[in-house]
Design a protein around this ligand. Structure first.
Ligand SMILES: *[C@@H]1O[C@H](CO)[C@@H](O)[C@H](O)[C@H]1NC(C)=O
Ligand SMILES: *[C@@H]1O[C@H](CO)[C@@H](O)[C@H](O)[C@H]1NC(C)=O
Ligand SMILES: [Cu+2]
Length: 147
């Protein structure tokens, strides 16, 4: 009994000493690693709006949770409006995203619209411009994370 107690007490400081020795060396890297990993794994995807006609380029994007989508607007006057697979040329809901109309006559410009990817559900979108032609019916639609 006395022997095993002293073994235990003797072993404890050794363990603490190891932990204390390892701690200062490990602490900075273990706290820095998650941040570095998060930065490295989240990325920004650019979708060109109307760069070459009535389309989004690319019209299909695969994005991970934490990624950012930047819509970059080109002439003439386009929008990005969230829709659904079933009704690709209608707003998904009254609260789904809508960039507003982004009229521009030149490129480069500063007009962009950004969304954050919070899950990997499909996000369907279209351009709701219908003057002088209906851009959606002309094929100006796209999807993020298609099923
Ligand atoms: C852009 O298009 C929208 C919708 O057709 C229209 O209401 C708006 O006046 C247009 N903006 C410009 C500057 O032409
Ligand atoms: C994307 O464009 C390609 C080529 O024009 C077309 O076949 C495809 O259906 C488009 N996808 C979407 C989601 O609009
Ligand atoms: Cu358009």
């Amino acid at each position: 009994m006395l022997v095993s107690t002293s073994l235990l007490l003797g072993a404890l400081p050794f363990t603490l000493a190891v932990a204390q020795y390892g701690s200062p060396k490990d602490a900075p890297s273990s706290s820095a690693t998650p941040t570095a990993t998060a930065l490295a794994s989240s990325s920004t995807h650019t979708i060109e709006v109307g760069k070459s006609g009535l389309s989004f380029e690319p019209n299909t994007t695969t994005a991970a949770v934490g990624d950012t989508i930047v819509f970059d607007f080109y002439p003439q006057n386009h929008s990005v409006t969230q829709s659904s697979f079933e009704k690709p040329c209608e707003p998904l809901s009254s609260t789904s995203f809508f960039s507003g109309f982004m009229a521009t006559s030149s490129k480069p410009d500063t007009k962009t619209f950004t969304i954050a990817i919070e899950n990997t559900d499909p996000i369907w979108f279209y351009c709701s411009q219908n003057s002088p032609v209906d851009h959606c019916k002309a094929g100006m639609v796209g999807v993020i994370n298609p099923p």
